[in-house]
Design a protein around this ligand. Structure first.
Ligand code: F6P
Length: 380
């Protein structure tokens, strides 16, 4: 193995650079050149890449605590169904994956490390079926990649959300308000549930448990009876009421085969309903991209480094078409087929649909039991 490349794709997370650094360092130790593909699958298509090194003035120096991705990322590049704009303004979707395959061959990359979530890994799996050596590393703040206990970036998102809950506590308590915090996570409730426990919230509404707003109001009123005139409600962006629908901000136009739904707005809906039912003032805060940006937690730095090292180990062993994962607390690997094989409705780039093979919060998970046992209302 002489030359490898790293491709970061999908919505950014804290920890991207830590993975990149770990791969570059382990490659250098083995005398392997490591390249960074610029802007995810877009760069693979445009043949845009640069050498990464940890030499004094190299691009991969000092990047461990840095947010974002030093090689960019793309959320709108499904090379199997790529949006091509013609000069006359018309748009066409084309399968340009063979261009990527040729670019990898021309560059002489012995392996491409694909850092990304479900969509990214699905494209990686499809490229591996066309003969490209790929190894995936599971990234997303949503923590919803199948076959792994944790994705890098998730812990930082939870930590940002927990800090926000701490801050909402003091302002909520001062003004005797219901403070709602809407967090990300798409169709999985990991961020909402874990940050609610970490921040001591009173309610956590997650996509896996359709909520009854009256049960939430009951919880808040019970707190009031005990002299607690404020409450903290964490709502996952993908939470929906019983017999109700997801709240959607809009759509994006990344092509068919990709989840184009932009989730958002449920926090505002919940705040308004709770105000009406309880008579208490309610305010919503939508945390948004704060959860993705900035420096990774120490946990994410270590996890990302472990994943980067494992990915290179898999490459050296020739175990291509796999994803580095965490299994029973240990770094391990699974085939990409197991991870994304069942996802027929996503194409690439960011996002999953509600039906895809994502890892959701299961009702027997420790976090659910822990939340219930300390009295966090889950909306049911
Ligand atoms: O998948 C990561 C994520 O941040 C989700 O939590 C969120 O729904 C989505 O990406 C936002 O995507 P975009 O960057 O396209 O707005």
């Amino acid at each position: 193995m002489k030359k490898v490349a790293i491709l970061a794709n999908g919505g950014d997370v804290a920890g991207f650079n830590a993975v990149i650094r770990a791969i570059v360092k382990t490659a250098e130790n083995k005398g392997i050149e490591c390249y960074g593909i610029i802007d995810g699958y877009n760069g693979l298509l445009k043949n845009d890449y640069k050498l990464l090194s940890t030499d004094a003035h190299g691009d991969a120096v000092g990047i461990l605590p840095k947010g974002g991705s030093i090689i960019g990322s793309s959320t709108n590049a499904n090379v199997f169904n790529y949006k091509v704009k013609h000069e006359d303004g018309t748009v066409e979707f084309k399968d340009l994956s063979d261009v990527c395959v040729q670019n990898v061959k021309n560059a002489g990359f012995d392996c491409v490390f694909t850092l990304g979530g479900d969509g990214t890994q699905k494209s990686a799996r499809d490229l591996s079926l066309k003969g490209i050596n790929v190894i995936g590393v599971p990234k997303t703040i949503d923590n919803d990649v199948a076959c792994t206990e944790i994705t890098f970036g998730y812990n930082t998102a939870v930590s940002v959300a927990a800090n926000a809950i701490d801050r909402l506590h003091s302002t909520g308590e001062t003004h005797h308000r219901i403070m709602v915090l809407e967090v990300m996570g798409r169709y999985a409730g990991w961020i909402a549930l874990e940050s609610a426990i970490a921040g001591g919230a009173d309610v956590a509404l997650i996509p896996e448990i359709p909520y009854d707003i009256n049960r939430v109001a009951e919880k808040i009123n019970n707190r009031r009876k005990r002299g607690k005139n404020f409450s903290i409600v964490v709502v996952a962006e993908g939470a929906a009421p019983k017999d109700g629908k997801l709240t959607i901000i809009g759509t994006r136009n990344n092509g068919s085969g990709v989840d184009n739904t932009r989730l958002g707005g449920v926090g505002q809906v919940v705040a308004k309903q709770l105000e009406e039912i309880t008579g208490l003032e309610a305010r919503n805060t939508t945390l948004g991209y704060m959860q993705r940006g900035g420096t990774p937690t120490a946990f994410d730095r270590v996890l990302s480094t472990k994943y980067g090292v494992k990915a290179m180990e898999l490459a050296l062993e020739g175990k291509f078409g796999t994803l580095a994962v965490m299994k029973n607390g240990k770094v391990d690997s699974v085939s990409l087929e197991d991870v994304v094989g069942r996802n027929t409705e996503i194409g690439a780039c960011s996002g999953n649909t509600a039906e895809s093979n994502i890892r959701k919060v299961s009702m027997d998970h420790d976090l659910v039991k822990t939340a219930r046992d300390i009295g966090i209302n889950l909306g049911d």
